[in-house]
Design a protein around this ligand. Structure first.
Ligand SMILES: C[S@@+](CC[C@H](N)C(=O)[O-])C[C@H]1O[C@@H](n2cnc3c(N)ncnc32)[C@H](O)[C@@H]1O
Length: 350
């Protein structure tokens, strides 16, 4: 975990500044590397599949690793809260069972793999450029296009993150009665469109995304909604979105663009909507962090958007004014989940 300093340690490190608190960041970096390797090796899945705790030697045998190397890794994972140790071997903690097993509905493994395999390697190349120049030398999406497999890892990561939020988001979304057609702009994995179609059997949805993304997710639409959900490949800034939609989702995409591009995108979406159609924007919003963790989360995503896309988080007042400029009215805002820092902004085509 997420190291959890005790009272005395918090006092010494944070209050009195009598010890080097940056050491905790060092442990955090090592912990992320170790958990990523454990996921790659299948260490957590092996322990989950075993009937009893496993020793390092037994685990090493299953994972084709060195017993001493594996013991050292496991001991660090114990200290970080991912494993517990007993006389007869290692076990998973509840945290690992809940958040890092493929069988769990809240499995974040693909999200961590997305960061380990793609986002942090991209930070290494582009963080300094983005800070010095104000943007990376190219966007992370262009970089995904350069190597087969990157889009799959990315969409699996986006899907894992979305699966933690999908119920809260879909509960909060307004789909007016009588709506039959929805477009999920930059919808990627399509999880939100799929869940909305499940709840609204008369709805059909088009998931619109870049060709590489669509190719990576095309086989992932569940059979139960296969006749309701289709994909369409293109660039939402320039390609035809179609028309006559009742609802348009723009989830986690406006942070990739500057204000002029976002206003132009809202205008294109307005053109694709039927009269009275709804636009629903989901994102992190400037000023939304109310706790220390959510404030740090917001600053973390802002730095990520700068580094990967040359963009940022926006205040919802700003987004409201672009929506008005693009021909939308009746703008409302609703928070999603207690800790996510996400909110939905909805508006109606005038
Ligand atoms: C952060 S992901 C969000 C995915 C999904 N909407 C969600 O909220 O989980 C951004 C998505 O926008 C897509 N995207 C980015 N630029 C695009 C463009 N110019 N045209 C179409 N899709 C784009 C990406 O491929 C990716 O699937």
């Amino acid at each position: 975990m997420p190291l959890n300093p005790n009272f005395l340690e918090r006092l010494v490190l944070f209050r009195l500044n009598k010890g080097p608190a940056p050491m905790l960041d060092l442990f955090g970096a090592a912990s992320f590397e170790s958990v990523s390797l454990a996921l790659e090796l299948g260490l957590f899945e092996s322990l989950a599949g075993a009937e009893a705790p496993l020793t390092a030697a037994a685990l090493a045998d299953r994972l084709d690793a060195h017993p001493d190397g594996l013991a050292t890794l496991c001991n660090f994972l114990v200290a970080e809260g991912y494993l517990t140790t007993e006389e007869d071997g290692y076990r998973l903690t509840g945290m690992t069972e809940t958040w890092l097993l493929a069988a769990s509905e809240t499995d974040m493994g693909p999200w961590l793999a997305f960061w380990n395999d793609l986002v942090f390697p991209f930070w290494e190349r582009e963080l300094e450029t983005a800070v010095r120049e104000g943007e990376p030398s190219r966007s992370i999406y262009e970089w995904f296009d350069e190597q087969p497999g990157r889009w799959e890892v990315a969409q699996a990561g986006f899907r894992a993150a979305a699966s933690l939020l999908v119920d809260d988001v879909v509960d909060a979304v307004t789909v007016p009665g009588g709506s039959t057609r929805l477009i999920d702009v930059g919808g990627g994995h399509g999880l939100y469109a799929v869940e909305l179609c499940r709840r609204h059997p008369n709805l059909s949805a088009t998931v619109f995304d870049l060709p590489g993304a669509v190719a990576a997710v095309d086989d992932e639409i569940p059979d139960a909604v296969a006749d309701q959900v289709s994909t369409r490949a293109g660039d939402y800034r320039t390609d035809d979105l179609g028309d006559g939609y009742d609802v348009a989702l723009l989830f986690n995409i406006i942070h990739a663009h500057d204000p002029t591009e976002n206003t132009a995108l809202f205008e294109r979406v307005a053109d694709s909507l039927a009269p009275g159609g709804r636009i629903i924007v989901l994102d992190q919003w400037e000023g939304s962090g109310r706790t220390s963790v959510s404030r740090a989360g917001l600053r973390f995503v802002a730095l990520t958007y700068l580094t990967t896309l040359g963009a940022t988080v926006y205040a919802h007042e700003e987004v409201t004014s672009w929506l008005r400029d693009a021909g939308f009215g009746d703008v409302t805002r609703r928070s999603v989940g207690p800790l996510s820092g996400l909110a939905l902004v909805e508006a109606t085509k005038r």
